[in-house]
Each structure stands twice: as C-alpha cells, then as structure tokens.
Design a protein around this ligand. Structure first.
Ligand SMILES: NC(=O)c1ccc[n+]([C@@H]2O[C@H](COP(=O)([O-])OP(=O)(O)OC[C@H]3O[C@@H](n4cnc5c(N)ncnc54)[C@H](O)[C@@H]3O)[C@@H](O)[C@H]2O)c1
Length: 396
C-alpha cells in the first residue's frame, strides 16, 4: 500500500484528529513536516502514536523537503486564503479545512483561480458530508422520499464548555474566525443548500452576545459538583484566559431565515451555551417528513399520509467529540478520492457557496435588513466564468 508523504500547514487540534482518523482507518502515513509556530495538535498526534515530522519556518522551506502526496491546511480561518494560494501553486493535492476562506473577496479570488484551471484537487473538510446519516438524508431527498422539499427547521445548540472554548479560542474574533456561523455552522448550511437544491434568494438574521459578556454580573463558574466550568480545554493559539472577560466580537447566539430560489424556506437557531444540546434538521416535504438528530446519530422519517409508527434508524457510534465517526468516514473518502476510486463528497465550489450563504446571513444580521443575494451570486458566477470584474479585491 502507498505510503502518503504529508506536509501540514497549521497543525492544530483539527488536523491532528484528522491524521489520527486517517491512521485508524488504514492509511500509511509519513508526516514529513509541518509549518506551525506552536502546534496545538502535538499531544493528539503523540496519543495516536504519530510523529510530528520536521518543523519548518515557512511553507516554501517545507516544500524543499518534498516530494509530497498531500498538503493539509489547518491554521485559523484568516490564514486559509494565504495558505491555499501557496498550496495551489505546488501542484500537490490539498486537504483544506473549512471554512475554505473567510471573506467574500477571498471567495471571488479563489473562484477565479480555480476556474482558470491547472490547480491540484482541493478536498475541503466539510466532514458532515461523509457521515452515513447525512448521506442517507441526501439520498432520501434526491430519491423523492419526501416529495418536494417545502421547508426546513434546524438547530445547533452547544454545551456550555464548548461555548466557553469558542469564547476563549481564536474563533472569538471576526478577524481570525470570520463569525460564529462561518466557523461553526458552515457545515449545516452546506447541507441545507444541498437539500434545498437551490441557492438562497434572500436571508435575514438576528444575533448577538448575551452569554459571554463582561456585563453579566458574576455568572456562575462552577458545575453543581463544585468543579470549575469553562476551563477544561487549553484555548490554544492566541487564546484568552477568561470566557467572560475576553475581547470576543462574534455572536454567542444567532437565528437566521433563508428563502431559497425555489421557494424552500428555512429557519435556523444556534446557541453556544445550552443545557440540552441539539443539532437537528427537520425537513418537511410534500409527501413526507424526516428528522435527522445529529447529536444522537438517529434518523426518523414517515410518509405524510401514514399513521403507522415512524421509521427510526439508529446509527450508533456516538462519540464524545460529537463527530460520531465522521472523521474516520471522511478519512476513507479522502483515500478513495486520492486513489481515483470515488469523487470526494463535496467540491470546493459547494464549499464556497456554503461560505457565501453564511456571509450573507451575517451581513443581514449586521445591517438588520433582509439581504437579497442575487448580486452576490452574479459576482460569484462572473468570477467562476473567468470574467474580470475589475474590482480592487484580493488577487490569488
Ligand atoms: N471540519 C471540522 O469539523 C472542524 C473542526 C474543528 C476545526 N476545524 C477547522 O480547522 C481549522 C483549525 O482549527 P483547530 O480547532 O485545529 O484550531 P487550533 O487552534 O487547535 O489550531 C490552529 C493551529 O494553527 C497554528 N497556526 C497559527 N498561525 C499559523 C501560521 N501562520 N502558520 C501555520 N500555522 C499557524 C496554531 O499554532 C495552531 O496549532 C479551522 O479552520 C477550523 O475551522 C474544522
């Protein structure tokens, strides 16, 4: 079996978990080197019995130690564009973490670059695409089991420790993470667009920070057994000490509404500090309804005119990291894609469209207005068709 020579740019928790999952499902890995000022993922790799490889100052210095079979990009989101720009020029296949880029200008520049051709394959870590439950949802929607999809209701409610981590980690700052939604739920909006089968026409959103704020008078900081809350995880690169006293400028709860071009309508509710966690998609079609419970890894479905018991599929394999085996499934998809056995389940274009959707939602929230998405898609389509719009934006 081929041994894959891998170079990593941004060896944080995420890439370390993905590498560990790759090893677990049978990849032969040789982590040749990494570029990272202080690799947060080192203990995760050590626990998996994987070596870090050589530390390089710059991506260019690492490339000199090639050849490579795969470059893996996992730095904070504001660095994705720069690292992709470099990696695309190397010709080596790329695994890039989501969100693929952080701003609309970066999206347009990346679209133009990919549309121009001559780039290596880019596999984006929208890991939910690899989950068996998600594949089943998409297969049912595509196969017409629900009839025409009419409306969707969805949630993502995180436990307090997770929210506290987001409030201390680099994700707390727009300049690094983009936004709460862009970093956390771009996965979900990727799937919603796929379920709807259309792009959003208009979006609305409200959100803010009412949990992790310095204005709260003495928020409780201990669990019922007296153990310290909000302190479990090392906050990592550019981390802050305190979840309530940080310089956070992203939301900690947010709601959004989307009307897709084919009149599918969606509402979404996210909160980063809840006592009853949930990640749930409720998809209602003309002929049937399904609920995908992503926390419990359980699917429920019934035809509209059926009074029998709903069908339930329990996928099991629920894991503490809430990924429920998705990383291992994605590791197999990545291997199959590199070996030319199957297409990777998500394309860079789909990744960019999910990112643009979330960016429009955030724009609506900031402006407190419904945002019409047509101009954004026109700009994106122009970029994809290679039309130079002469804007003074980022060049790749
Ligand atoms: N697909 C998923 O389910 C999933 C889950 C978690 C994170 N992510 C994504 O993975 C990426 C990393 O997140 P994380 O949780 O691992 O963060 P992290 O903080 O654990 O790791 C980020 C790493 O980037 C390094 N870094 C900082 N500046 C750098 C630079 N200039 N060059 C190279 N490395 C640099 C840091 O030292 C750190 O080791 C993010 O884009 C995040 O959105 C995806």
């Amino acid at each position: 079996m081929t041994t894959y020579r891998i170079g990593v740019i941004g060896l944080g928790q995420r890439i370390a978990h993905v590498l560990a999952a790759m090893q677990e499902v049978g990849w032969n890995l040789d982590i040749v080197g990494h570029v990272d000022p202080a690799p947060v993922g080192a203990p995760i790799l050590a626990a998996a019995g994987l070596r870090l490889g050589r530390a390089f100052e710059t991506p260019a210095a690492m490339m000199a130690a090639g050849p490579f079979d795969l470059l893996m990009l996992g730095a904070p989101n504001h660095l994705h564009f720069e690292h992709l720009a470099f990696a695309l020029g190397t010709g080596v296949p790329i695994f890039a973490e989501k969100p693929i880029v952080r701003t609309t200008d970066e999206t347009m520049a990346l679209t133009r670059r990919l549309a121009a051709g001559g780039t290596p394959p880019v596999y984006v870590g929208l890991v939910m695409r690899s989950l068996p439950i998600v594949r089943e949802v998409l297969a049912r929607v595509d196969g017409g089991a629900l009839g025409q999809v009419v409306s969707i209701d969805a949630t993502e409610h995180l436990p307090p420790e997770h929210g506290g981590y987001l409030a201390r980690n680099w994700r707390r700052k727009q300049a690094w993470g983009g936004s709460y939604f862009l970093d956390k739920v771009v996965h979900d909006f990727d799937i919603f667009g796929r379920i709807a089968g259309a792009r959003p026409d208009r979006v609305a959103s409200f959100g803010g920070r009412r949990i992790f704020t310095a204005e709260r008078q003495d928020p409780p900081r201990a669990w019922e057994d007296g153990s310290a809350a909000y302190a479990l995880q090392d906050a990592g690169w550019a981390g802050a000490n305190d979840a309530f006293q940080s310089d956070m400028d992203v939301t900690d709860h947010q709601v959004a509404m989307v009307e897709y071009a084919n009149d599918v309508r969606l509402s979404f509710h996210a909160n980063s500090h809840t006592a009853l966690t949930e990640r749930r998609w409720y998809v209602a079609g003309t002929d049937g309804t399904l609920i995908a419970d992503l926390v419990r890894n359980r699917l429920m479905a019934r035809r509209a005119l059926n009074r029998g018991k709903p069908e339930r599929i329990d996928y099991g394999g629920v894991t503490a990291d809430a990924h429920n085996g998705a990383d291992q499934a994605m590791a197999l998809d990545l291997l199959a894609a590199l070996e030319g056995r199957a297409a990777f389940p998500v394309t860079p274009y789909e990744s960019m469209e999910a990112g643009l959707t979330v960016m429009a939602i955030d724009q609506a929230m900031t402006a407190r207005q419904v945002v019409e998405c047509a101009p954004m898609w026109a700009r994106y389509d122009a970029a994809a068709s290679g039309v130079d719009e002469g804007g003074a934006e980022v060049v790749l």
